[in-house]
Unconditional design. Structure first.
Lengths: 266, 490, 442
């Protein structure tokens, strides 16, 4: 009989582990969406979650910064630790957690505000800037990190909704970076973008790896292969296989992974 | 009830036509209805429609035009000399009409014979005595010309009705016969009926246009008439509202400014109550409330919107007014003289508008995409930060639209201010003073005893025009803003 | 990428998510406050609702009870002839009545002095009522008849707390001393409270007789108006909606209609009253105060509501139904009338009932077409007369009472509101049931 879940222990130094998840279950009402997922996510690494649609990869991603709290019918069980601290512990304020674990969404969702205010929103609510000059600096730095500074530096007062799709998504990444998170979660960040914008965002992700642990959900295996060092394959709510990206794509251990990668399921 | 009889007769013709048309169509194919172009009933309907529709249109047109023709004809026979110094032709015509109605009534009650009512020999004094005795309201003695005009008025009307009845029945019969003649097997009855039906549907839809037209025309004509009797500049810029109650005197001051001020003051108080409460209620219901709370609280709040305004008016007059008077009146703070005041009406109107603001805002807040909220939560914002800094700014245009609609409601509201705001027109800043509004004065000017042709009554139409223009402007602006807002997220 | 030289600043000090920092505490407090504002807003709204309904029920309840004096009275043939022979006939009847009442009270062991004026203040002109009865029923002479006589509105007020002994200023309506007799009569069980049927079934009284005012005639007036609205607004509204939703081409004319409908929906109701006055009464010379005219005005006012809800109901019928019908060769007209319309009917009826409820409670336009300011003294003579004979309507009648000087009418106004709200409640419940029962989701 085939094992449903791998024991996702990769031989790495424990110091490098950012997130540890053990036996995570997620229910949407009666629907058991995530079954017994255990995984370690490394710091300063891009980890890709792949799998057919509806396999639970996005759901699991949303567990990592407790975004599932905003869905009334969702219920999360199991143990998820950030730097060894249980994120579902009762004393944890999800607001503080999300400041550390930023998120970028599938569809670019800039606020209906100016570009400047979009970036400044996070630092303002978390009280990161001491004064206006400080805030200006954070905004500029974040826009540079988001690789969009050169395109928008002359129109910081223009509404963020007026940018092109690719620019909007980089703006959203810059916005997430501005709160100085330790982990960046990206939920199919390129699915609404054209190939050129996708390439720009992928390049950006590769750069962000130097400072952050990045977790990216993608439906594109090519993208996972291009940007990630680690890949986790989800299927029907189970974590089927988790390994170095090169191993997954060249030498998958599970037949389901192999079927997916060769295009037989998905 | 001759009209009812006419309706019944035409209906009978149509019914007979239906049967005849259907039967004739069936006969033309020797009873085999498969050979007909359309189902048999369509042949019947074709005849019925042809019997009813043209006759109906003729009757309606006749009823609309006849009063015009009769009035102008009767008015023409009144000599200049019959119009007293300080009166107008319109006033005299109203007198004529009343006399004619009085005669009708007297004939009906039997206090005068139909012949006497018609006869040229009838004495004006004698007739006016008869009319007074029989309870018909005749304000003054009838003069000879007025009596003759009234008799002519009755005669013309009677002839007109008779003529109309005859022509309508004739047209109906012709229509029916025409339809029956058409009823042959190869006649495309279904298409004809459907085209006719389609025209009827268009006609029904056009009633909206006719209503607007009716509103605009009745306001415009009477307003022009008013401005002929009273200078427009004094109306728009006058700061004094003091109509004389005698009706005909030229001493009335009819400045609209105090009324507009009262209207706006009451509306502002109302919005100051309704907007914060309504908006926060909407925010709570759409963002925080659990499904259960929402399913209870939302309909309960909306009950407030379903309560007739007369109830709120009474509530203002008898509950809120005395309550405020207790707090702010002589025994309390001493700011308030009487229960009816801007505050009373504004507060109650505010309560009425809470569900209006909250339902509209609720819809608008719900239309803000979830992605917007997710983006904010993803950055570690709390729910209130998300609402205040992301959701509300995104919904702002829509909320502004909703508030404008509420303002238009407040400005046009009548019963609450009639009962709760007081009757004195006043330019004052004290919200505990009685003031009056445009709508309240429309009611009081048109429900008094003033003659319709006097400036004191006609001013109501100018007020109505002002009200119509203001509310229309607000509505158009609000709908424009809301529509723009909806497009943004569609 | 371009910005490889991003200044690397020192990483933020490691914080634990298990410790809430000061800023987060402050933010959470703000969150709680904000949420509390929302709850307070809901609370205030519901509080107003409760205050409104308690004041309606508390103030309206007295209208539904009335105080009656129930007493056995025997008039002999001789007394009858004697009274009829006098100059002031009703006064004679009063005297007989007082004498007998005094006898009854003394028999019960009470001794209260009273005169004809007291009786008149408590009961109104009782002699007239008696005379009318005996002239119509001469056969009852000589045998005891139980009379149920309504007391005056002040005595009513004394019983339901509106009039108090201390607050009462002696007037020709009621003296404080009269209340002694009232108390005695109550103790003897002669004055009792009963359900005020005449209020439900009766017509309006004059301005000087609040006790006798009833809402029945105006309910009938409202009924005839609603008949007119139903007979006109439903077919016209449905026809207009069918045209706009199913047939109208995309052109200027259609746009014009649409714009007109959405604007009419927001025109103040008083403006419709002006329209009614100018067009139906001044121009077409339809009778003033007639339910027919009121119905016409309310029809125009209700049409936009009905059209908007009917269109929503038609829109909710999925296109597949239309395609199915068209596919087997039905004409567009047949498709609409045989398939779409029946499916949309529950929605249309719901919208119509809600529109009718709105029209039933509307007052302002009725003021302008003369449905206030006179006394609707009776029921119409027949069905057709019901449309054209001057009458009042429920909200107009309530307004008339509220505008009268005598505060005894306020009870009636509140009572009228309770009746009006009961009607509205039934209509809304009917609408909800219709929606629940027949609502289909595709």
């Amino acid at each position: 009989m085939m094992k449903d879940n791998v024991d996702a222990k990769v031989g790495v130094n424990a110091m490098d582990v950012k997130f540890t998840a053990k036996d995570v279950q997620v229910y949407y009402g009666d629907n058991h969406a995530i079954k017994d997922v255990s995984v370690d996510i490394l710091d300063k690494t891009v980890t890709a979650f792949i799998g057919p649609s509806g396999c639970g990869k996005s759901t699991f991603l949303r567990c990592l910064n407790r975004m599932n709290d905003t869905i009334p019918i969702a219920r999360v069980e199991g143990d998820i630790r950030l730097d060894g601290e249980d994120i579902n512990a009762p004393q944890v304020d999800p607001v503080q957690l999300r400041a550390k674990v930023g998120m970028v969404f599938q569809k670019p969702n800039p606020f209906p505000k100016s570009i400047y205010d979009n970036i400044a929103y996070g630092p303002r609510i978390h009280g990161l800037a001491k004064n206006k000059a400080d805030l200006d600096e954070i905004v500029e730095k974040s826009l540079r990190r988001g690789a969009i500074w050169d395109e928008v530096k002359d129109r910081l007062d223009a509404p963020g909704t007026g940018l092109s799709g690719g620019q909007q998504q980089r703006l959203c990444i810059a916005r997430a970076v501005a709160t100085e998170p330790e982990v960046l979660l990206m939920d199919e960040p390129c699915s609404a973008l054209d190939p050129i914008a996708t390439a720009q965002v992928e390049e950006l992700i590769d750069e962000l790896r130097q400072d952050y642990s990045v977790v990216i959900v993608t439906h594109s295996m090519q993208q996972a292969a291009r940007v990630s060092q680690k890949t986790a394959f989800f299927h029907l709510g189970n974590l089927v296989e988790y390994d170095d990206t090169t191993n997954i794509f060249t030498n998958p251990q599970d037949t389901r992974t192999e079927s997916y990668i060769t295009g037989r399921i998905g | 009830m001759p009209i009812i009889w006419l309706v019944l007769i035409v209906a009978a013709i149509a019914g007979a036509g239906y049967v005849a048309g259907r039967a004739r169509a069936m006969r033309s194919v020797e009873g085999d209805h498969r050979k007909l172009h359309s189902l048999p009933s369509y042949y019947g309907w074709n005849v019925a429609l042809k019997a009813i529709v043209p006759a109906f249109i003729l009757a309606v047109a006749w009823l609309l035009i006849q009063p015009l023709v009769v009035s102008s004809s009767v008015s023409g026979m009144l000599p200049e000399g019959a119009i007293p110094e300080n009166s107008s032709r319109g006033l005299i015509m109203a007198e004529v009409r009343r006399a004619a109605d009085g005669l009708d009534m007297a004939v009906e009650t039997g206090s005068i014979s139909p012949e006497d009512a018609r006869s040229d020999a009838a004495e004006a004094a004698e007739i006016s005595q008869v009319l007074k005795d029989s309870g018909a309201v005749v304000t003054s003695e009838l003069t000879e010309p007025i009596l003759r005009a009234a008799q002519r008025y009755r005669a013309l009307n009677a002839t007109g009705h008779l003529l109309m009845t005859g022509l309508v029945i004739l047209l109906s019969v012709i229509g029916a016969l025409w339809g029956i003649r058409e009823s042959r097997g190869d006649f495309r009855a279904r298409n004809t009926v459907e085209n006719g039906l389609r025209s009827l549907l268009i006609g029904a839809a056009s009633i909206a246009i006719l209503t607007t037209l009716g509103i605009v025309l009745s306001l415009v004509f009477n307003t022009i008439e008013f401005f002929r009797l009273y200078p427009a500049a004094d109306f728009f810029f006058g700061t004094e509202w003091a109509p004389s109650f005698s009706g005909r005197g030229g001493s009335s001051e009819l400045g609209v400014l105090p009324l507009l001020w009262g209207t706006f003051y009451v509306s502002i108080v109302a919005l100051a109550v309704a907007v914060p409460i309504g908006l926060f209620a909407a925010i709570y219901l759409s963002e925080y409330a659990s499904k259960r709370v929402r399913s209870v609280a939302k309909p309960l709040l909306e009950v407030l919107a379903g309560i007739p305004t007369i109830v709120y008016g009474l509530f203002a007059l008898l509950t809120v007014g005395p309550l405020l008077l207790e707090i702010f009146g002589k025994d309390g703070l001493g700011w308030m003289q009487a229960g009816t005041a801007v505050m009373t009406a504004g507060l109650v109107m505010g309560i009425m508008l809470i569900p209006f603001v909250s339902s509209l805002s609720d819809d608008i807040i719900n239309a803000v995409p979830q992605a917007m909220r997710d983006g904010s939560y993803g950055l570690g914002a709390t729910q209130s930060e998300t609402i205040r800094q992301v959701v509300l700014p995104a919904a702002l245009p829509g909320i502004v639209g909703a508030i404008l609609l509420a303002a238009s409601r407040a400005i046009g509201e009548t019963m609450i201010v009639v009962l709760g705001a007081g009757a004195a027109a006043r330019l004052s800043l004290n919200p505990f003073e009685a003031m009056t509004t445009v709508t309240a004065k429309i009611v009081s000017q048109l429900t008094g005893d003033a003659d319709f042709a006097s400036p004191e009554a006609l001013v109501a139409f100018a007020l109505g025009m002002t009200l119509f223009v203001i509310t229309l402007g607000l509505n158009v602006l609000a709908l424009f803003i809301v529509r723009k807002y909806r497009e943004q997220y569609e | 990428m371009t910005d490889t030289s991003i200044p690397k600043d020192a990483p933020r000090a490691k914080t634990s998510i298990h410790q809430i920092d000061a800023l987060t505490k402050k933010r959470n407090a703000a969150e709680k406050r904000f949420k509390a504002y929302g709850m307070a807003a809901i609370g205030i709204g519901l509080f107003f609702l409760i205050v409104l309904f308690t004041s309606i029920i508390r103030s309206g309840a007295p209208a539904f009870t009335r105080t009656v004096l129930e007493v056995d009275f025997t008039l002999t043939q001789a007394q009858y002839e004697e009274a009829e022979g006098q100059l002031f006939k009703t006064a004679a009847y009063s005297d007989f009545f007082i004498a007998e009442l005094e006898e009854t009270l003394t028999a019960d062991g009470m001794s209260v002095e009273f005169d004809a004026d007291t009786i008149e203040r408590i009961l109104g002109k009782v002699g007239g009522t008696l005379r009318e009865y005996y002239r119509a029923n001469e056969d009852k002479l000589g045998e005891p008849v139980t009379f149920s006589l309504a007391t005056s509105s002040r005595v009513d007020g004394y019983f339901n707390g509106r009039v108090t002994r201390d607050g009462l200023e002696d007037s020709r309506f009621l003296m404080a001393a009269d209340l002694d007799l009232v108390d005695a009569l109550e103790e003897a069980g002669i004055i009792t409270s009963e359900f005020n049927w005449p209020f439900i079934t009766g017509a309006d009284s004059g301005v000087d007789n609040p006790g006798g005012a009833g809402i029945g005639a105006s309910v009938v007036g409202s009924f005839f108006m609603m008949l007119v609205v139903l007979a006109l607004a439903l077919p016209i509204g449905v026809a207009a909606s069918i045209y706009l939703e199913e047939f109208a081409p995309q052109n200027r004319f259609t746009d014009l209609i649409e714009v007109n409908i959405s604007n009419l929906a927001a025109v103040p109701s008083i403006v419709f009253g002006i329209l009614g006055l100018a067009v139906f009464i001044q121009f077409m010379h339809l009778p003033q105060s007639a339910p027919l005219v009121g119905g016409l005005v309310l029809t125009l006012m209700t049409l936009p509501t009905i059209i908007i809800s009917t269109r929503a109901a038609l829109k909710a019928v999925p296109p597949s139904i239309r395609e199915a019908a068209l596919g087997i060769g039905a004409s567009r007209m047949q498709t609409v009338f045989h398939h779409v319309l029946p499916l949309a009917m529950p929605g249309i009826l719901t919208g119509t009932i809600i529109g009718l409820a709105q029209a039933l409670g509307e007052t302002a336009p009725l003021l302008l077409i003369g449905m206030v300011g006179f006394v609707a003294r009776g029921y119409p003579d027949g069905f057709l007369q019901g449309f054209v004979e001057p009458n009042s309507a429920m909200p107009a009648q309530i307004y008339t009472w509220a505008a009268r000087a005598d505060s005894a009418f306020y009870d009636k106004a509140w009572g009228g509101i309770i009746i009006l709200l009961i009607f509205l409640m039934f209509m809304n419940i009917l609408a909800v049931i219709l929606r629940r029962r027949f609502e289909r989701r595709w």
